[in-house]
Design a protein around this ligand. Structure first.
Ligand SMILES: Cc1ncc(COP(=O)(O)O)c(C=O)c1O
Length: 367
């Protein structure tokens, strides 16, 4: 039968639209947004200055190849700039990867509480998202391998994962890669890599450098504090970089973002400060919230996943409402199949202390 109006391709209407973390608390004078894993330190002053300078020339198209930025990233990480692609956020790159490597009937694997952009990007291509179960809120290599079928084309692994904050040690990532068929693309999404301080963690540079079916995605939205500019990058094997360059928008990264990104990646002192702040307060929050009797999933990123009981008066939903009334905006993660949890970004000292006090009051009033 002929349709009476344009129809999106199969899969598109199966997508549950991505709902960003809320940013307001009605009627509260001072709001602490702890719902989107943004850095409480803001970006480098040098990045802000570079952004402002680029703003003097908004009439000019950006360099479509983002050459300066790829060279700055290459210098910072010891990578060949020719094997780097920049994107309008790593979201852009994840979608481009899906578009280049998935089609109708294919399958792409992600884990139970994996980042929501993976099923969205997958469904947008007509392919099917396949969910591999996690163990203790952590990606499980054996479960991922078990989910592989002849239709599998892509495996998305957030490492560390959002919203759980857990990670897969590099040995396990290598084992996953070794057991995947050579034609399956392993996407290592290392958006929070800069925060991790564990010896057995690696973002995946070595694996990308030594194989033909692994890419690593990174972002400027988290530790670099440039989320508003939408800036991410991918490092991959030459043939994959070539394929993605063919389909990306010719000017997918804007000029102020390129300029700010170059300055941000060079300001290593700022990154160090942000990492030190995070390590200190991540540990403090995990301990203090734990002392209140709430379970906190051990996190290596810049946020914590807090588990609430299902008892009336103590639920995640009620805690969310209580905290929001005090201007403390956390992230409800029901869409991530975690209805009894809230995710809290590691904030400023003031915000962190206020949340712990508010949680104490919340649990106290329910007692
Ligand atoms: C695991 C993960 N990957 C990718 C992103 C996307 O980051 P952006 O598009 O801002 O670079 C996020 C953002 O929350 C994330 O948590």
């Amino acid at each position: 039968m002929t349709a009476t109006r344009p129809q999106p391709r199969p899969g598109v209407l199966d997508i549950a639209p991505y709902v960003p973390g809320k940013s307001t608390a009605p009627g509260v004078a001072k709001v602490f947004k702890l719902s989107s894993n943004e850095t409480p330190l803001g970006p480098s002053e040098k990045a802000i200055a570079a952004y402002r300078a680029a703003g003097e020339h908004l009439e000019d198209y950006p360099d479509g190849a983002a050459t300066d930025l790829r060279e700055a990233i290459g210098a910072a990480f010891g990578l060949d700039p020719a094997r780097i692609i920049c994107g309008a956020g790593s979201d852009d790159l994840l979608n481009l990867i899906a578009r280049a490597y998935l089609t109708d009937g294919d399958e792409a694997i992600h884990t139970t509480h994996g980042f929501l952009v993976y099923p969205i990007a997958t469904l947008g291509t007509g392919a099917k998202p396949i969910v591999a179960p996690e163990t203790q809120h952590t990606a499980d290599v054996d479960a991922i391998l078990k989910a592989v079928t002849p239709k599998t084309k892509v495996v998305f692994l957030a490492n560390p994962n959002n919203p759980t904050g857990t990670y897969v040690p590099f040995d396990e990532v290598k084992r996953l890669h070794k057991s995947l068929p050579a034609h399956v693309l392993l996407v290592l999404d290392a958006a929070y890599a800069e925060y991790v301080t564990r010896n057995d963690y690696e973002a995946g540079i070595e694996l990308v450098a030594t194989s033909e079916n692994v890419v690593m995605c990174r972002t400027f939205s988290k530790i670099y504090g440039l989320a508003a500019l939408r800036l991410g990058w991918m490092y991959g094997p030459a043939p994959i970089v070539d394929a993605i360059n063919r389909i990306r928008g010719p000017f997918n990264v804007n000029a102020p973002a390129i300029a700010a990104g170059v300055a941000a990646i060079r300001d290593t002192a700022h990154v160090e400060r942000a990492r030190a702040h995070n390590t200190q307060w991540l540990n403090w929050l995990t301990e203090e919230i734990g002392k209140l009797g709430l379970t906190v999933t051990p996190s290596v990123a810049n946020f914590v996943l807090i588990h609430f009981p299902e008892t009336k008066g103590r639920t995640a939903k009620e805690a969310d409402a209580f905290l929001t009334k005090r201007g403390l905006v956390l992230r409800a993660v029901g869409a991530y199949k975690l209805p009894n949890c809230l995710r809290m970004t590691v904030g400023s000292e003031e915000a962190n202390r206020l949340v712990v006090q508010a949680l104490k009051d919340f649990l106290g009033q329910a007692a």
